[in-house]
Each structure stands twice: as structure tokens, then as C-alpha cells.
Ligand binder design. Structure first.
Ligand code: R5P
Length: 287
């Protein structure tokens, strides 16, 4: 077996190869002055291949690179795409909108990716767009294992009821309790309104989790809620740390003591927790 990592997943690729005790091939990319690029992949004949390439911003470029890699690795057995971009558009919310995730599913399957492993996909509806349903694992168990010796009976806060699935592994690993707040987004304006629970967080460790943090418009009010409630320490746990410019500073300024993110998105400015162990475990089952 061999792990082939694309440019968006170098660190995860290294960790995954270690976990699977196999060799690693890192693709080579050359970018031309006009922005086009080419990819070189040297894979030994006859090896079973695990391709790993996440698709955070620049999403289109990372996806295209993934397609190029899949073309080079026609015999790939498993395709690991931790952040499956465009999964937020899982339906036609407003008349005329293209269901982007359905298009991505068609493209991936046409490139031969039929055993896909993804991490905390934003919408499970997207899994149904594939004829061979991708395996979706959570990064929250890894994040919880990392946090369990740092916190005492924490309150885990999810941004909405649907996100309780992210809170649950954290709660379990850290022996805490969990609550959710209500979030409503106006589809036309993008404005978000919140309703917070009556939970007492005074003097408590608080973990706020979400699958994605991008502009911080969801995370910031939750940090404020915990801070104003007198939380002892506030931890932010996120699977896909998309963090637009300046967002990390904003989260810290609002009161986040530590920001932890999975290696779905490679970053040097927050605590990175690898999800390679859980990916390797599932890869062994499906390869
Ligand atoms: C939305 O439903 C997601 O789960 C996240 O809460 C959202 O994508 C976060 O984005 P932002 O940081 O821009 O609020």
C-alpha cells in the first residue's frame, strides 16, 4: 500500500503513511505564471493507493488538483477528502441555484473515486449523491482525546441541534455535558440570529465545537456567551478551520483560550490535531 498526498494534505499524508506503516509519495506541482498548474505523481506499479487531498480554499484549485491526481492514480483504492468542498449547497435553497455538491459527486465518480472517505461532511444529504456512498468519520473524537487531560467536566456547546453530533464525541471523551444554541440564517441576506440556552457556565471549562469556522459569525457569539457567563477556560474545536483573514485574532480577542483544529486544513497558527489514526483505521476496513 502507498499513500499519495496532494499539496493541500502534506502533513495529514505523512501522518497517515505512518499510521498505515507504508510509503508516502508526495505529488509535485508546478504553477505557471498565468495560474495554470501541472502535477507529477510517480507511483510504483502494482501498489494499492490511498490518495489524500483535502479541498479547503482555494477550493476549485484543490479539487482540480485532486482530479489530476486521480487521473495519475487510476488504480487508487481509497480517496481521502477530509474537507469535501461545496457540501453546504446540498439543495436548491433558492430557485435556480445549482446543487454544487451533486456536481462534485458526479465529477469525482467520473474520475474513478468510488471509495471515498471524508471527515465531518457538512451535510449528510451529500453522501446520497454518490452511487457508492462515501464513508464519513468525525474529527471530534481525536479532538476530544487531545483535550481530555486539559479539561474538567466541561460544557460542550454546539451551534445548533444538528451539530450535537459534533458535541457528542467531545462530551464522551472529556466526561462533560453538552448543550446547543439555536441559529437561524436568512438565506437572502446571510444574516444569522441566535438564541442561547440558559446553561450556567460560570467557573466551568467550555468547549465550543463546529464543523466549519469561516467568517467566525457563528463562533464569535458563542464565545461571547461563554465569556459573559464567566467560563473558566474557553476552547474552540473545529474540524475544518477555513478561518478567513483576521478571524483567529478575533476569536482570541473575544476570549478563546485555545483554538484546536483537525489537520483537514493545514495551519500553523492554531493547535493542530491529526485525525490520521481514525482515518487509517477506517481505511484498513475498506481497502
Ligand atoms: C453552518 O451551518 C456551519 O456548520 C458553520 O457553523 C458555518 O459554516 C460557520 O461559518 P462562519 O464561521 O462563517 O459562521
Amino acid at each position: 500500500m502507498i499513500v499519495v498526498s496532494g499539496s493541500a494534505s502534506r502533513s495529514l499524508g505523512r501522518e497517515l503513511a505512518k499510521e498505515l506503516s507504508c510509503d508516502l509519495v508526495e505529488t509535485e506541482t508546478r504553477i505557471f505564471p498565468d495560474g495554470e498548474f501541472k502535477v507529477k505523481v510517480n507511483v510504483p506499479e502494482g501498489e494499492e493507493i490511498v490518495v489524500v487531498q483535502s479541498c479547503p480554499p482555494p477550493q476549485a484549485r484543490n479539487l482540480l488538483e485532486l482530479f489530476f491526481i486521480l487521473d495519475a492514480c487510476k488504480k487508487s483504492k481509497v480517496t481521502v477528502i477530509p474537507y469535501l468542498a461545496f457540501s453546504r449547497q446540498d439543495k436548491e435553497f433558492l430557485k435556480g441555484e445549482v446543487v454544487s455538491s451533486k456536481v462534485i459527486a458526479k465529477l469525482l465518480e467520473s474520475m474513478g473515486a468510488n471509495k471515498i472517505l471524508t471527515v465531518d461532511i457538512h451535510s449528510r444529504l451529500v453522501l446520497e449523491f454518490f452511487s457508492s456512498k462515501p464513508l464519513n468519520i468525525t474529527a471530534m473524537a481525536s479532538l476530544g482525546r487531545h483535550l481530555k487531560n486539559k479539561v474538567t467536566k466541561p460544557t460542550v456547546i454546539a451551534p445548533d441541534e444538528n451539530a450535537m453530533k459534533y458535541a457528542e464525541p467531545l462530551r464522551k471523551e472529556t466526561n462533560g455535558t453538552s448543550v446547543f444554541f439555536e441559529k437561524r440564517r436568512d438565506r437572502n441576506t446571510g444574516d444569522v440570529a441566535f438564541k442561547f440556552p440558559k446553561t450556567d457556565v460560570n467557573g466551568k471549562d467550555v468547549i465550543i465545537c463546529d464543523d466549519i469556522v469561516s467568517s467566525g459569525s457563528t463562533m464569535i457569539p458563542a464565545i461571547r456567551f461563554a465569556k459573559e457567563g464567566g467560563a473558566k477556560k474557553i476552547y474552540v474545536c473545529v474540524t475544518h478551520a477555513l478561518f478567513l483573514d483576521g478571524v483567529i485574532e478575533k476569536l482570541r480577542k473575544e476570549g478563546a483560550d485555545e483554538i484546536l483544529a483537525s489537520d483537514s486544513v493545514e495551519r500553523k497558527d492554531v493547535t493542530m490535531v491529526s485525525v490520521a489514526k481514525d482515518i487509517a483505521q477506517e481505511t484498513r476496513k475498506i481497502i
